[in-house]
Design a protein around this ligand. Structure first.
Ligand code: G3P
Ligand code: CA
Length: 241
């Protein structure tokens, strides 16, 4: 059965990458939650999508120019009036929240634009405190970072994110030694394409799949997971099949 992963939480109805979005995803029956992580100026792994705080908070400037204390003062409600005052969570807090739920967690390391030296080590350290490795998928568009995670002995599944129409990406992914490919949904070219990737031992999790039609198609094609902004819709489509 295809797993439903709430993309940045249930971000259509609650501010992305915040606790309300995670709680809503749990309530709506998601199987997993996808989050993005960056590093604060004082080396704390925080949950935020952009490299700057401008779009999702009332602050401005790079995440890495803010200490955790400074990030905590920001309103991360991203323009959603019902959630004014919601804070930027740390990875550790997010792990605390999700540990008892049994949900899976995809931690996307946002280290393609910012280098964030030490991000991989800090993510693994945060996870070590929670014994969640088998419920976590670590992914990034930075494939050097995937290799670094391997070198550091990461035991969680690694997901290879990409944005371009790679030809037979399972070949490259297999050489990279990852367990999953996370392609843009438009580059998942059919059930046969999915079978090829799976035959190479890879899980396939497209992003971002929101329409009922696209969700139904991905479920039919048998991908391992979909990242969606609307987990409740995805649950209804999957339950109806
Ligand atoms: O991990 C899938 C997806 O989240 C990657 O793109 O920009 O939403 O982080 P983005
Ligand atoms: Ca992401």
């Amino acid at each position: 059965m295809t797993e439903i992963w709430a993309h940045r939480g249930a971000r259509r109805e609650a501010p992305e990458n915040t606790v309300p979005a995670f709680e809503l995803a749990v309530a709506q029956g998601a199987d997993g939650i996808e989050i993005d992580v960056q590093l604060s100026a004082d080396g704390v792994v925080v949950v935020m999508h952009d490299e700057t705080v401008d779009r999702t908070t009332d602050g401005s400037g790079p995440v890495v120019a803010h200490t955790l204390a400074q990030l905590r003062k920001l309103d991360a409600s991203a323009g959603m009036a019902r959630h004014v005052g919601v804070k930027v969570p740390t990875l550790a807090e997010t792990l605390d929240l999700l540990a008892p739920t049994g949900l899976k967690l995809n931690i996307e390391l946002k280290n393609s634009e910012e280098d964030y030296p030490g991000l991989e080590e800090r993510v693994l350290a945060a996870m070590a405190a929670h014994d969640l490795a088998d419920r976590v998928v670590l992914s990034t568009f930075n494939h050097y970072s995937l290799k670094k995670l391997q070198t550091l002995g990461a035991t969680s599944e690694l997901g290879m994110l990409y944005t371009d129409p790679l030809y037979k990406p399972w070949r490259y992914a297999s050489r990279l030694g990852v367990g999953a490919i996370h392609p843009p949904a438009r580059f998942v070219l059919g059930a046969g394409w999915v079978r090829h990737a799976q035959a190479a031992g890879l899980a396939v999790r497209p992003w971002v799949v929101n329409s009922e039609r696209a969700l139904a198609r991905m479920f039919r094609w048998g991908v391992e997971g979909v990242f969606t902004d609307v987990p409740a819709v995805a649950r209804a489509v999957r339950d109806g099949q």
